[in-house]
Ligand binder design. Sequence first.
Ligand SMILES: Nc1ncnc2c1ncn2[C@@H]1O[C@H](COP(=O)(O)OP(=O)(O)OP(=O)(O)O)[C@@H](O)[C@H]1O
Ligand SMILES: [Mg+2]
Length: 268
Amino acid sequence: MTQSRSAESETSVHDCPVLEARRLTRRFGGLVAVNQVSFAIAQGEIFGLIGPNGAGKTTLFNLLTGLIQPSDGQMLHNGEDISQLRPFQIASRGIARTFQNIRLFSHLSAVENVMIAQHVHTHSGVLTGVMGLPPAPQEEKQIREKAMELLELVGLGDRADEIACNFPYGDQRRLEIARALALKPRVLLLDEPAAGMNPNEKRQLSEFIRNLRQQFDLTVLLIEHHVPLVMGLCDRIAVLDFGQLIALGDPAKVRNDPAVIEAYLGAE
Ligand SMILES: Nc1ncnc2c1ncn2[C@@H]1O[C@H](COP(=O)(O)OP(=O)(O)OP(=O)(O)O)[C@@H](O)[C@H]1O
Ligand SMILES: [Mg+2]
């Protein structure tokens, strides 16, 4: 499946891509952080986004999740324009993310962090959560059980009651993934998930992401600096440099692209 997908044309990966950027642009004053970027991601792809520091990768994620609005261009989800949607509207479409600068409720326990995220999908809903009202006891029990399942999945099941800020970085990143999964996403955006992990954890992460795709039928977008991880894991890779897309294709093509080697990979 991966190979045939990679062999397809870069601009029409699928009849209706899950996620698409069309000449997407974001300016901050005089700086063009994302400059006319276009790509289309097919259902089930693991799509990597690489590039030097400041290339615009996180800005692209912030656009795709509605944290900031495009200055120009469009973003589509399943063919529908989502360019002007707010973050909660994008989340409720099944697009979830983790953050480069981890954003957990640092003084809550691991299980509480995951439970809070589930309010989007419970009867009591977001309003109850925001107003601090407890959900019905039966619902509370289900929410906790689901949260425990997700913590087991990311390998933190035995540390559910530990306070999030006491976790090492690698574990906090896993906790963020569990929290994102609580939103029952169809598309998962991971911003440098391997940062703070040791080489062994990085290898495990790769396997874990592959399993996630399989188990949840996910499409994954992944920003990552660790080149072997990206090359080994992703079906296709987009390379940003100074906000511009300088390459897009399967790992072999991107690895050998002279512009990519000059801008990013260097002697590696
Ligand atoms: N809110 C903002 N206001 C002004 N400039 C911003 C803002 N957010 C990002 N930038 C600038 O946009 C450019 C792209 O930043 P971005 O964080 O997207 O890069 P990145 O590719 O994620 O880098 P890194 O690998 O270091 O995480 C940088 O020059 C950054 O300083
Ligand atoms: Mg970034």
